[in-house]
Design a protein around this ligand. Structure first.
Ligand code: 7TS
Length: 422
């Protein structure tokens, strides 16, 4: 009799042509063993690996151009400034913003959202107002709003999700009212993989004159993001989730909104003139970039966006869609496995529980098979509470993953179940 794992994995042993990623060799860190097994990296929602072009771009800056930006008359400073500003243009182009004045370099999604909460929302909020978020937000898109609500007495309203992990759009329409000052919603859920109906949410909010922030931490590397087509007011993402470095990210904001906002942090590089009597702030986007920025990080993020743009998000999305569909099909055949997040529109994330096996045990057993996943609440505790669970095991896909890696994941899951059923 065949073992269940053999039956499950049989389709792939034929050497399916889709079982490959033409981009895999671009990523040096993927070619290693962990615990004596080839690394299968399926924790891409936490952070992606970096291609050589990104690593080289960062190293080249330090080897050749290293200098501070926007201040030196010397050649290296001019080269550093040119490269930093060229990276800003690459970001603008990648998300189709109207102007580089709308592209603020920050540390990442978390900082971008805090900036909007404190600089845009806080001065506008009273105890009669509210902010609308959803039940499937990452803590980074919950806690900044909780804090600004505590500071102002405003109410935090939460759009519920259904059992599939889809937003309740009827409730969404009802919760956005005349006293709503901002809607802040994820574009793609890190915990469930749900793609939210961002365009529809923006339409609903704009009908009431309410601006919308999209948390694009996950969406940026999986969906094509066109901020002008979406007509979102703010868009936040992190470089490290789109094959770029950690410590660099982007806040996009419509120029008129950014113009009306006070600086978030103050100090060097964001001023035009200072006397002890008063300070005149610099123009956009520098008003929001206090202190020496992550110059090398921005340049390397630019290289990452060039890399992704060169492949094309459509090709990446098709590859990842194939992996997710393949993984979902296999997962549905594993006894005791429950997929958490079964929205009609999903990308790149397979979250699941396994009867009788704690997610951390799944993660540990998989790690010993060389398979890296994340286990736990994924910094989205409220959505775990919504599903009545403490956490899930989560596999998340990137452009370099293969069907063979999905097979390794499923073989590990079956092994975990067999170990715990004994
Ligand atoms: N928003 C979403 C939807 C995220 O997935 C994350 C990080 C953040 C915000 C915060 O991004 P940061 O770069 O500022 O930290 N998500 C995850 C994750 O799913 N596993 O580790 C980090």
């Amino acid at each position: 009799m065949k073992m269940e794992s053999e039956v499950l994995l049989a389709p792939n042993l034929t050497g399916n042509s889709r079982d490959a990623s033409p981009w895999r060799d671009d990523f040096p860190a993927l070619h290693q063993s962990v615990h004596g097994k080839p690394l299968v990296y399926l924790d891409n929602a936490a952070t992606t690996h970096k291609p050589d072009v990104v690593i080289e771009a960062e190293a080249a800056f330090y080897r050749r151009d290293n200098a501070n930006v926007h201040r030196g008359v010397h050649l290296l400073s001019q080269r550093a400034t040119d490269a930093y500003e060229a990276a800003r243009e690459k970001v603008r182009h990648f998300i189709n913003a109207a102007s580089t004045r709308e592209i603020v370099f920050v540390r990442g999604t978390t900082e971008a959202i805090n900036l909007v909460a404190q600089s845009h929302a806080r001065p506008r909020l009273t105890d009669a107002d509210n902010i609308v978020i959803s039940a499937m937000e990452h803590h980074s898109n919950i806690v900044p709003w909780q804090m600004v609500c505590a500071q102002t007495g405003a109410e935090l309203r939460v759009v519920p999700v259904n059992d599939a992990g889809e937003l309740d759009m009827e409730m969404c329409a009802r919760l956005i009212g005349p006293n709503t000052r901002l809607v802040a919603i994820t574009h793609l859920s890190n915990a469930l993989g749900t793609i939210t109906p961002a365009a529809r949410i923006i339409e609903l909010a704009h009908a009431q004159g309410v601006p919308v922030l999209l948390d694009g931490a996950q969406a940026i590397s999986h969906l094509g993001v066109d901020v002008r087509a979406l007509d979102c007011d703010f868009y936040a993402f992190s470089g490290h989730k789109i094959y770029g470095p950690t410590g660099i990210g982007v806040l996009y904001g419509k120029e008129a909104l950014l113009e009306a906002m006070p600086p978030y942090q103050v100090g060097g590089d964001m001023i035009r003139s200072v006397t002890f009597g008063e300070t005149e702030y610099n123009e956009l986007p520098y008003k929001f970039e206090a202190g020496t920025p992550n110059i090398a990080g921005a340049i390397a993020l630019g290289a990452a966006l060039d890399y992704v743009g060169g492949i094309g998000i459509a090709a990446i999305a098709a590859h990842e869609h194939d992996l997710l569909a393949y993984a979902t099909g296999l997962a549905q055949n594993i006894e005791g496995l429950r997929i958490v997040g079964t929205a009609q529109h999903k990308a790149a994330v397979l979250s699941f529980t396994l009867d009788g096996v704690h997610p951390h045990d799944i993660g540990t057993i998989l790690d010993h098979q060389g398979v890296a996943i994340r286990a736990g609440h994924h910094c989205a505790m409220p959505i775990m509470q919504r599903f009545g669970i403490a956490g899930t095991a989560r596999a998340s896909f990137a452009l370099y993953n293969t069907r063979a890696e999905v097979d390794a994941l499923m073989a590990g899951v079956i092994k975990a179940r067999e170990m715990f059923q004994r």
